[in-house]
Write a protein that binds this ligand. Structure first.
Ligand SMILES: NC(=O)c1ccc[n+]([C@@H]2O[C@H](COP(=O)([O-])OP(=O)(O)OC[C@H]3O[C@@H](n4cnc5c(N)ncnc54)[C@H](OP(=O)(O)O)[C@@H]3O)[C@@H](O)[C@H]2O)c1
Length: 353
């Protein structure tokens, strides 16, 4: 998501569960959420809200020190991490991102951390589709010619139909992209950490790379994936193939990619870069055959409404004890990354989707 800072008003919501016959609350929890849309989403549920405004730092208002479920702003701000240490009753941090590589190290280890991959899957897959089509059609040249009022007659553009795509990472984003590519008559090889029916294991990456016209990376940044697409992988890609990265910049070796692009052997589209934001004097800006977007993959219209619906479900699950979804780190699990499970938790309340 875009690293642009946006002013968020936090709301501390006090939730009371009433029994059906109107007896006093059987459970009362305090949650902190980053935008007002959550309030209207929660009024449709079986919880009752009392709102308290604050700015990311714990409020001085009564009850705010009892927050136990904290939804991070999107993108998280430095002050929101600082705020966590001042909340003695905190149990759950709900991220509104899918990637957890930046947030996880900044969250105290005793807290349960959940991410929100379902919020961004369609949007990020759309971004990847946009990249693929834009590179194949050489849209950058169209735009340049249009700016110069020049009727530039180009050669035939590359067709997406009939091509082969390798999806490195087959989670929420990879699956959403696969569904889109089906409509474009693209044959797809999905690839995840381990082999499942119809999904190849990442250990077979070198076998599949030379077969692909398009390689899309949507695996999380972990110690295992840092530099996953490096010089020896790029050299295996077909000449003229397209690399699209919508995951995290450091999953691709930037220097190795730059070398391939300068030789005009590959095409690439990057929604994410290493470093990020990309400094204005970075050599990637001047690479040929490269399209860069500023980490906008999941950032589409309707995000707040989607996030409000998502948060309502998570808060209700937490409040009712039905089990949180998307747990990436439990209280006793020091590991991280979206693939880590909640097996370290001792409570049956929490399950991983
Ligand atoms: N550009 C953006 O704005 C944007 C938006 C959303 C997400 N993202 C990035 O995209 C990443 C993926 O998002 P998602 O929602 O699709 O996550 P996800 O649902 O957790 O799926 C991740 C996929 O990556 C695979 N994977 C994990 N480690 C791997 C490894 N070592 N080698 C190969 N594959 C591996 C997983 O394999 P298994 O199924 O075997 O575990 C899974 O298929 C996020 O972590 C985030 O960094 C970026």
């Amino acid at each position: 998501m875009s690293a642009r800072a946006r002013p968020y008003t936090h709301i501390t919501a006090r939730i009371h569960h009433y029994t059906s016959c109107g007896r006093p609350p059987v459970r009362s929890i305090h949650v902190c959420v980053p935008f007002p849309e959550i309030a209207s989403a929660l009024t449709t549920s079986r919880v009752r809200l009392h709102l308290q405004r604050h700015d990311g730092w714990p409020t001085k208002e009564p009850g705010s020190d009892r927050v136990e479920f904290y939804a991070m702003p999107h993108p998280p701000s430095a002050s929101s991490f600082d705020a966590l240490v001042a909340l003695p009753h905190l149990r759950v941090i709900q991220l509104l991102t899918s990637g957890v590589d930046q947030a996880l190290p900044r969250i105290p280890a005793h807290l349960i951390v959940c991410n929100a991959p379902s919020l961004h899957s369609q949007a990020t897959a759309e971004a990847a589709m946009t990249h693929i089509l834009a590179v194949l059609a050489d849209v950058v040249t169209w735009v340049g010619a249009q700016r110069e009022r020049r009727w530039a007659t180009l050669g035939p553009r590359k067709s997406l139909a009939g091509s082969h795509a390798l999806l490195v990472g087959y989670g929420h984003v990879g699956k959403a992209l696969h569904a889109m590519l089906r409509g474009f008559d693209v044959s797809v090889v999905p690839m995840a950490r381990t082999q499942h029916p119809g999904v190849a294991a990442i250990s077979e990456l070198h076998r599949w790379l030379p077969t692909a016209d398009i390689v899309v990376v949507s695996a999380p940044l972990t110690t295992a994936t840092r530099g996953l697409i490096g010089a020896s992988e790029l050299v295996l890609m077909k000449s003229g193939a397209v690399l699209v990265n919508v995951s995290r910049g450091a999953v691709v070796d930037t220097a190795a990619l730059e070398r391939e692009l300068r030789q005009r052997r590959l095409y690439a589209a990057l929604d994410v870069t290493d470093p990020e934001p990309l400094p204005s004097d970075h050599p990637l800006w001047t690479c040929p055959q490269l399209l860069i977007s500023p980490h906008v993959g999941g950032n589409t219209s309707g995000f707040r409404e989607r996030a409000a619906t998502f948060l309502r479900k998570q808060i209700e699950k937490y409040a009712s004890g039905a089990g949180l979804e998307y747990i990436v780190r439990g209280p006793r699990k020091a590991d991280g990354g979206p693939g880590s499970t909640s097996r370290g938790l001792d409570s049956a309340l929490f399950r991983r989707s």
